[in-house]
Design a protein around this ligand. Structure first.
Ligand code: PGA
Length: 247
């Protein structure tokens, strides 16, 4: 079984004082048996990387441009993220797919760019409520998985995050059986495409994961960790999730 990953996505939250949350997380859980990652806003990556130097917390970006440099005002490239100390980057988050119209083809290109910069890409996939109600969940998730992930995926450079769009920031989650069904489907597709290595690729659940539901979700077959938004902002909440994934 792959080593579990507790990944925090801070989204557009956090000023410098928020670095104290990372220190509190480390103080409470200095040697976790799972991997721990925080993806803060780009403005905090460098200072967080310094705080996390030599400790078991990795730092990642929340997005990268598909090009390495150029006239792209406001964007950040994968080599720039790596240069600030990031080792992971989230790509294809549903908020970016929805707000900026990011396509699977773009996410494919961003993932390849992440790999070229030696970053592990966390590729997000997931259905909307309309798609779930129309019984299209597996069709949507399967299509995003096939089109967003390049052929050179390995268990080291790729993490998949299954995030039902309707569960993000809403306090609603699928049932454990529904989570298991989608994660098992993703696992099957990964093994069909990448062979035995597909068993080692991590599949995170994301969407309203919190200290109360983390233990149950962490125990679902083929759930190899969580991508946590709101509940990763406070160390006191995120510690409980890290501990649930430690078990
Ligand atoms: P949430 O966000 O935990 O606040 O629902 C998860 C995510 O968007 O990655």
């Amino acid at each position: 079984m792959p080593k579990k990953l507790a990944a925090g996505n801070w989204k557009m939250n956090g000023l410098r004082e928020a670095l104290g949350e990372v220190k509190a997380l480390y103080a409470a859980c200095p040697t976790p048996s799972c991997d721990v990652l925080i993806c803060p806003p780009a403005t905090l990556i460098r200072s967080m990387s310094k705080v996390c130097d030599g400790i078991q917390i990795d730092v990642g970006g929340q997005d990268c441009h598909e090009n390495t440099s150029g006239a792209h005002t406001g964007d950040i490239s994968a080599p720039m993220l790596a240069d600030t100390g990031a080792t992971y980057v989230i790509v294809g988050h549903s908020e970016r797919r929805a707000t900026y119209g990011e396509t699977d083809a773009q996410i494919h290109a961003k993932t390849a760019a992440a790999w070229a910069a030696n970053l592990t890409a966390i590729v997000c996939i997931g259905e909307t409520l309309d798609e779930r109600e129309a019984d299209k969940t597996l069709h949507i998730v399967g299509g995003q998985l096939a089109k967003s992930v390049p052929d050179a995926a390995t268990p080291t450079n790729l993490v998949i995050a299954y995030e039902p769009v309707w569960a993000i920031g809403t306090g609603k989650t699928p049932t454990l059986a529904e989570i298991e069904a989608v994660h098992t489907f993703i696992r099957t597709r990964l093994v069909e495409r990448f062979g035995p290595q597909g068993h080692e690729m991590r599949i995170l659940y994301g969407g309203s994961m919190n200290p109360k539901n983390a233990t149950d979700i962490a125990a679902v077959p083929n759930v190899d960790g969580g991508l946590v938004g709101g509940a990763s902002l406070k160390a006191s909440d995120f510690i409980t999730i890290v501990q649930a994934l430690n078990a």
